[in-house]
Structure formats: C-alpha cells, structure tokens
Design a protein around this ligand. Sequence first.
Ligand SMILES: [Zn+2]
Length: 293
Amino acid sequence: MELCIDFGGSAIKLGVLDRGAPLRTAAIPVGEGDLEATRDAAAALVADCSPTAAGIAVPGVVDRAAGRLVKAHDKHPRLGGLDLIAWAETAFGLPAVVENDARAALVGEITTGSAAGARDAVLMTLGTGIGTAAAMDGTVLRGAHDHAGILGGHLTVDLDAATCNCGNVGCAESIAGAWALRRDLAARGDAVTDVEALFAAAAVGDEAALALRDRAIRAWGATAVSLCHAYDPEVVILSGGVMRAGRAVAEPVEAHVRKHLWTSSHRPAFVIPDRPDLSVLRGLAVLAAEHHR
Ligand SMILES: [Zn+2]
C-alpha cells in the first residue's frame, strides 16, 4: 500500500493505493499554505491504513537522489530546493521516491493503465504546460541527469516565435500550453478564457478562435511527430486537462502525425486514458513499491 501525492499545476492530488487500485483520494487547490494542507490531508487519508512507502510527483525536473524539484520555472516556487524525501519521512514516517509528473503518468499508464504492457511508449500531458515522457524497450528514460524524455514541451516548433520562459525559442509549450493559450485569449480581450471554451467557440465558427485552436493543434501535432521520430513508440498516450475535449483534440493531432511522420515510421496507436486523473497516482504507487522493495 502506497501514499501518493501529485503536486499538479492547479491542484494537489493525493491517493492511497493498494496494488495499483485507489482506495481513497483527495485533492486540494494550489495556493498559500498548500504544503501544510497537503500534509494534513495525507495524514487524514492514512489515518486507519498502513502504507509502506510514499511516491511524490512534481511538475518539473527532479533530482531523484536528493528528492528535490530542480527546475519548474514558475510552477510551485516553494517546492524548489525542498527535500521532499525528508519532508515525507518527517510528516508520515515513510520512505519516499520523487519523480517528474509526466514520467510518473507514463509509468502508471504502461503498468496498470490504458497502455498496460506497452514497452515502447510516449506520453503527452496537455494541460497548464506540456509534459512528456518516453519508454523504450520497457525502460522509462531518465538520462544522465534526469532530463531525458520530459522536455518534449520545450522542443522548438516555431523558430520565429518568442523566447519561452525556459530560455529556448518557440517551444510548443509557449504556444500551446494552456497558460500560453490563456495569455493569447486575454491579449485579444476575448470573453473566452479557457481551452474548453476556445474549442467550443472554434466549433461554432469563431474565426479568431479557429486560428488559435489550429495553431495549438499544429504545435501539439509537431511535438508528437518529434517524439515519435526520437523514440519510435508503439503507442502515444494523450492525457491532461486539455484532453477533456477528447477526440476533438486527439483526431487532428493524430492526423497531423499520420501526415508528417517519417515515411517508413510505424504509425503508433493513440490512446486516451479512461481515468487520466489517476495516471500519476498509479505510476507513483508502482515507483514507490519498487523503491521500497
Ligand atoms: Zn520552453
């Protein structure tokens, strides 16, 4: 049994999982005092059960050995430098593993989720940012410094676009992350302020919304093509809040990949998890159990 905590962009999700199945979950909004609120919520969740390990996900590059979020730019500034392994030990008396959230989501989906058993897979989380992760030959990629596979949202898709907050030019996330779309919607003075409303406006023929939606789809599609070129997956998993729009996002992204992928490349299957809210928690449970063994 594992206690899993996902420090997401807009909410902190918690769960106690037993052999991959969520027994109970909770969520608290991101904001002032949320680290203390997370500790209290987790303590309540484990009050009458006995997890043996904890898994913690953060939305950025992690130093797994030190249990720290290394770099997330604007997200969760108070987690920067905090030793989350020590935090979990003090708060819950549990050994903890810390992982990037997209990588944890990929682990969840290829073990107990929508792509269970896949050995070669990439995941794209379309949400506040664009998170990615990759597995090849059954191994989740981490690289020499824990950066491998997770910076797909910061692949250049437009050399003439602005510099991203990461320092690179024309990153997909700086064009089609929900934060970037909200920025562009606000700049237009539009009443539409979120991605779902943007898709709804585009569906009824609002030309400005159509242009913004189509640019976002091309950015997501180009990212998926680049991930396929880099990692040769059998399956591409699309997750994250934007995927509440479902096939309206997945179909044009898939069509972009079919059209632009290297000619001889295998056309991967596209999968949308039934329970995208559980991807990260499921992965954390697997990682925490492995780490504790
Ligand atoms: Zn970037």
